[in-house]
Design a protein around this ligand. Structure first.
Ligand SMILES: [Zn+2]
Length: 236
């Protein structure tokens, strides 16, 4: 990580203006991600912000517009599926998008220091971490080594799914994504305060491996999703 705006130690003027005058910034950030995903799904991505000129332009500081707390699955590369580039996304990935102190600290860094207005929990169908937790729960046999920490972090989602009568894997994964959104807010008072102040939002999204599509499954506040999405929006 680098400190933002190392030249002056302050966020750029555009970010500062957005933070002050645009309370809909989280929704706009969501719309940008949704638009990029539509470009990716359509097969005509723009690959914005990946050229040498942009690389040089962002070398002195970063102002990513979204934090992605995603599963580590190799098919879930954030900049590819959202058709973005350097400096756009602050990405934290663990198996099953499980959260621990380092994940929470990374999210808080992006939101409070970099001023990032949106946190996305990104899960996907056929998630191996959720399947491993399900198998462990079914057999009563915890996995060896540190993989147990991943499985243990998914178990509350399995219990919630069982309580709600959900037993199909995709339904369980949606619940795990929503549970992770709540876990971030519940475990990070810093993030919860940013959301309460309207400076940030947290959205849970599920990705379909074959289709390449993301769809929202949870949002705090819910109005974050109420923005028209234009896949033709010029990439910033
Ligand atoms: Zn996964």
């Amino acid at each position: 990580m680098s400190r933002p705006g190392t030249a002056g130690g302050q966020p750029g003027p555009q970010r500062a203006a957005n933070r002050v005058s645009a309370p809909t910034v989280p929704a706009q950030a969501y719309a940008e991600l949704a638009a990029g995903n539509r470009r990716f799904v359509s097969g005509i991505p723009r690959h914005p912000n990946q050229d040498a000129g942009h690389r040089a332009a962002v070398a002195d500081g970063q102002h990513p517009f979204a934090v992605i707390v995603g599963c580590s699955d190799s098919r879930l590369a954030a900049e590819i599926i959202f058709d973005r580039g350097l400096g756009d996304l602050f990405v934290v990935r663990t198996a099953g998008h499980t959260t621990g102190p380092e994940v929470l600290g990374s999210v808080e860094y992006a939101v409070t220091v970099l001023g990032t207005p949106l946190v996305v929990v990104l899960g996907h169908d056929s998630c191996g971490a959720v399947q491993a937790a399900r198998q462990s729960a079914a057999t009563g046999t915890p996995p060896q080594g540190h993989l147990r920490a991943v499985v243990d972090a998914v178990l509350p989602s399995l219990r919630r799914a069982a309580a709600e009568g959900v037993d199909d894997i995709d339904g369980i994964i949606d619940i795990h994504i929503a549970q992770t959104v709540e876990a971030l807010l519940g475990q990070s008072p810093v993030l919860a305060d940013e959301v309460a102040q309207g400076r940030c939002a947290v959205v849970g999204m599920s990705y379909r491996l074959a289709a390449g599509e993301v769809r929202p499954v949870a949002a705090v506040p819910p109005a974050t999703l109420d923005v028209p999405i234009d896949a033709g929006t010029p990439a910033a």
